[in-house]
Ligand binder design. Structure first.
Ligand SMILES: Cc1cn([C@H]2C[C@H](O)[C@@H](COP(=O)(O)OP(=O)(O)O[C@H]3O[C@H](C)C(=O)[C@H](O)[C@H]3O)O2)c(=O)[nH]c1=O
Length: 183
């Protein structure tokens, strides 16, 4: 598998090698030794899966506070997403900046999002299924959200706010500047 450091190098796009034959293809999508060699947290403790029926569905920007801060390994089993990670580490030189990657079932790419980042995605196709592994268990008490369309983040989402399918929680999330608890 190939590890590609994005403009914020803590966030890594991963491109597994695909072994194609007449039946289709096979790929290793996670290997502890490869993650350790790359310096990425390999200790995932929970797998998640979500289905979003409409293109233009936005889930995020979410994170969990310590001691339940999560590293995430995101992949797409069906459809396509624009996956986004926002640096919310107050001491970081890239605080408030983001990186994005297209993940889809065809390219088979994954995105590694470390602790200290808010994560979200917008679906690009109907019936998109996202599978992701997290390094700490879910804790509702530690979960926080940042408004996905915060102009200060300047994220070039493929959907207008008025047309996006979002949860009430995400629609009402505070902007980054108004989010009291960050890293
Ligand atoms: C995240 C999570 C949620 N839930 C329950 C809580 C709610 O009753 C229901 C839906 O949760 P939520 O609306 O937060 O789901 P998403 O909007 O897809 O949230 C996810 O979206 C973005 C992309 C993320 O990166 C987060 O990992 C995750 O927060 O599932 C659980 O039981 N366990 C969990 O780990």
């Amino acid at each position: 598998m190939e590890f590609i450091r994005l403009d914020i190098p803590d966030v890594v796009e991963i491109r597994p090698r695909r072994f194609a034959d007449d039946r289709g293809w096979f790929a290793e999508t996670f290997k502890r030794s490869a993650f350790e060699a790359e310096g990425l947290d390999p200790d995932f403790v929970q797998d998640n899966r979500s289905l979003s029926r409409a293109a233009g569905t936005v889930r995020g920007l979410h994170f969990q506070l310590p001691p339940f801060a999560q590293a995430k390994l995101v992949s797409v089993a069906r459809g396509a997403i624009l996956d986004v990670a926002v640096d919310i580490r107050r001491s970081s030189q890239t605080f408030g900046r983001h990186v994005a990657a297209r993940l889809d079932a065809e390219n088979g790419a994954l995105l590694y999002v470390p602790e200290g980042f808010a994560h979200g995605f917008c679906t690009l196709e109907p019936d998109t299924e996202v599978i992701y592994r997290v390094s700490r268990p879910y804790s509702a008490a530690h979960e926080r959200a940042v408004f996905w369309a915060d102009p200060a983040l300047a994220i070039d989402w493929p959907v207008e706010v008025a047309n996006a399918v979002v949860s009430e929680k995400d629609a009402e999330a505070p902007k980054l500047a108004a989010t009291p608890e960050l890293f």
